[in-house]
Design a protein around this ligand. Structure first.
Ligand SMILES: Cc1cc(Nc2nc(/C=C/c3ccccc3)nc3cc(N4CCN(C)CC4)ccc23)n[nH]1
Length: 281
């Protein structure tokens, strides 16, 4: 079906899943196969006004090429005179951000399984020379097997209740070299993995602060407080990811072998789908 050129009449539109800066995402179903997808609609006028056509084109080219169980698939795209439509994989359990807000923080097994999934997705991205996929819980979706799927809303789509939209998006996930405007490479993703690990275990990002200046300072000097309930092994892993010098950060392949991951997220394990309805008694 990658050869076929799609058009809007091939789909039945469902509820809006989220509203964004450049357009909305709808649940949709392909009429013939009944295959459920997420249809992201972008307005050409807004993309032209924001002069990000090249960025959108690059994102689409990259995402169409990536094939990995922990990266949200883009099946294709089409356009009419006013809009561009991206045909995306539907992730049934929504954004990790909302799941985290619901239960405040995750237990070690749940957190480790998401960190493992993301490390696998990033290892694959780096093998394809793709970096900085803008990691943050808002951009990570959860599939029907409760597996993590990296979804790159690269053109900053704002989920309605996202609390961390500072002027240029959340600073929490920026690495020291990015905060200092230095050229960034794939090691920024290793830093962000460390930030995510902390946020999943604690419920808030490690460098959260009242204003962006304080956040900058905490990032540059890696000022982190680990609550008492964080295990030594988890601290060990985060301590090896949240390192100022990009060259000294733990390689992603080693993350998958780290004791905290091996013990808490054995191969093939996934968190329970909490909203799975208890058997009717
Ligand atoms: C691209 C994509 C999205 C997607 N799935 C979902 N996206 C979004 C929210 C999406 C969104 C989009 C743009 C801006 C903000 C949010 N919200 C979702 C919410 C979902 N649920 C189902 C489970 N409920 C408990 C909570 C609401 C399920 C899937 C969702 N699959 N593929």
């Amino acid at each position: 079906d990658k050869k076929k050129s799609w058009m809007l009449t091939d789909f039945e539109l469902g509820r809006p899943l989220g509203k964004g800066k450049f357009g909305n995402v709808y649940l949709a179903r392909e009429k013939e196969s009944h295959y459920v997808v997420a249809l992201k609609v972008l307005f050409k006028s807004q993309i032209q006004d924001a002069e990000i056509e090249h960025q959108v084109r690059r994102e689409v080219e990259i995402q169409c090429r990536l094939r990995h169980p922990n990266i949200l698939r883009m099946y294709g795209y089409f356009h009419d005179e006013k809009r561009i439509y991206l045909i995306l994989e539907y992730a049934k359990h929504g954004a990790l951000y909302h799941l985290l807000k619901q239960c405040k923080r995750f237990d070690e097994k749940t957190a480790a399984s998401y960190v493992r999934d993301l490390a696998k997705a990033l290892l694959y991205c780096h093998s394809k020379k793709v970096i900085h996929r803008d990691i943050k819980p808002e951009n990570l979706l959860i599939g029907h097997k409760m597996e993590l799927k990296m979804a790159d809303f690269g053109w900053s789509v704002h989920s309605p209740s996202s609390r961390r939209m500072t002027l240029c998006g959340t600073l929490d996930y920026l690495s020291p070299e990015m905060v200092e405007g230095k050229p960034h490479n794939y090691a920024v993703d290793i830093w962000s993995l460390g930030v995510l690990c902390y946020e999943l275990l604690v419920g808030m990002p490690p460098f959260d602060a009242i204003d962006s200046h304080q956040t900058y300072k905490k990032i540059r000097y890696v000022i982190i407080k680990y609550p008492a309930f964080i295990s030594e092994k988890a601290k060990d892993l985060m301590g090896k990811l949240l390192v100022v010098n990009p060259e000294q950060r733990m390689p992603l392949a080693n993350v998958l072998q780290h004791p905290w991951i091996v013990e808490n997220a054995p191969e093939g394990s996934h968190p329970p789908a909490n909203n799975s309805h208890p058997p009717a008694n």
